[in-house]
Design a protein around this ligand. Structure first.
Ligand SMILES: NC(=O)c1ccc[n+]([C@@H]2O[C@H](COP(=O)([O-])OP(=O)(O)OC[C@H]3O[C@@H](n4cnc5c(N)ncnc54)[C@H](OP(=O)(O)O)[C@@H]3O)[C@@H](O)[C@H]2O)c1
Length: 326
């Protein structure tokens, strides 16, 4: 079978597509024929050995996928050949076949496309976990999202609206903010041209934001924290801009506010049932049309390097997908 492989550390151009052996499902595993593999920002980091874990090489990129069950291993209940499934692995779905334990797979409801199903695990899974389990976001609260046109940011904007929040999208260009409006944002802030703290305060009538969702880091984190409401919750999601900010601890003290870490991958391992419930909500919203993922582009698997380069160069609005099979 064909697989996109990282065989040496480096940028997207180091990726190759090669033939490798097709896997066999072991006890408790499902063999899935992958149709769509979805990319994320962290795929850029993993291939450069800059992510939280380093898979042994050669490994395949892409943590999430949609496909069809090809076979099941001994002891597998609840999945049968021919069923459409989506799922999440730490990495490695950009290949024609994968094996996965049943607890990371979900059945795709009728009427939901492979493309949409492949999109929802990491970005929507992370943002829903962040807003639900970590922030306890309530209807009527104000949610500010930094990097709001990016993968997890865009998901946070859409889910914030579904959860009844007033959503302020913050991003670096007016074009990106226009996209955030299309995703449902009520208000927007261009943090290249405007002072983030002042604008967030102004938009909330001086009260500040109840929840701040930050996947960007750098200087924006402290500026945003200075516009948090009394008893606000600041979600530490990622550091896409590079620098890990150091927040002065007088800021949470003065606002009676919380800094709350979000680590979706570990959440899925430690609270599998809560994660399964979250994914079930997300698939339900896909099926009833409340959630409509934005696919930026779909590349053939052979053009994985080009696809990842698009993410690395910040030229993406929504998800970048690899078509592995028709
Ligand atoms: N905690 C978790 O469980 C979890 C799960 C998934 C992802 N993450 C992390 O969340 C972060 C964002 O992931 P993503 O998939 O949303 O990425 P993405 O689609 O590339 O979006 C990141 C956004 O960050 C902003 N940004 C600012 N400086 C940047 C820079 N130098 N390079 C790239 N982007 C920059 C960009 O928006 P503007 O141009 O508008 O500023 C961009 O839209 C990453 O650090 C990722 O590792 C964390």
């Amino acid at each position: 079978m064909k697989a996109v492989l990282s065989k040496e550390p480096g940028g997207p151009s180091t990726l190759v597509v090669e033939e490798i052996a097709k896997p066999e499902p072991k006890k408790g595993e499902v063999l899935v024929k992958v149709k769509i593999a979805a990319l994320n920002f962290f795929d850029c980091l993993i291939i450069e050995d800059k992510y939280q874990f380093r898979p042994p090489r050669p490994f395949s990129i892409a943590a999430e996928m949609a496909g069809v069950v090809e076979a099941v291993g001994e002891g597998v209940d609840g999945f049968a050949p021919g069923e459409r499934v989506c799922g999440y692995l730490p990495t490695g779905t950009a290949r024609e076949f994968i094996t996965a334990p049943t607890n990371v797979l979900s059945k795709i409801p009728d009427g939901v496309s492979d493309e949409d199903a492949a999109c929802i695990m990491v970005t929507y899974g992370t943002s829903y976990h962040a807003l639900k389990q970590r922030a306890d976001l309530k209807s009527g609260e104000t949610l500010a999202v930094l990097g709001a046109s990016g993968g997890v940011g865009q998901a946070a904007v859409e889910l914030g609206k579904i959860m009844g929040a007033n959503v302020i999208a913050c991003a670096s260009t007016n074009e990106k903010l226009e996209f955030c409006r299309e995703c449902g944002a009520d208000e927007v802030v261009n943090y290249t041209d405007e002072d983030l703290k002042d604008r967030l305060k102004k938009l909330t009538g001086g009260k500040g934001c109840d929840v701040i969702y930050d996947p960007v880091g750098g200087d924006f984190s402290e500026a945003a924290f200075r516009a948090i409401a009394w008893e606000g919750r600041f979600l530490v999601v990622g550091f896409a801009s590079g620098p890990i900010p150091k927040i002065p601890l007088n800021l949470p003290l003065l606002k009676g506010a919380d800094l709350r870490g979000v680590f979706w991958g570990t959440f899925t391992a430690r609270q599998p049932q809560d994660n399964a419930d979250n994914i079930s909500d997300l698939l339900g919203w896909l099926a009833d049309g409340s959630l409509k993922p934005h696919v930026d582009s779909v590349f053939p698997m052979e053009e994985a390097a080009k696809a990842l380069d698009k993410i690395a160069s910040r030229d993406v609005k929504g998800k970048v997908l690899l078509r592995v099979a028709d």
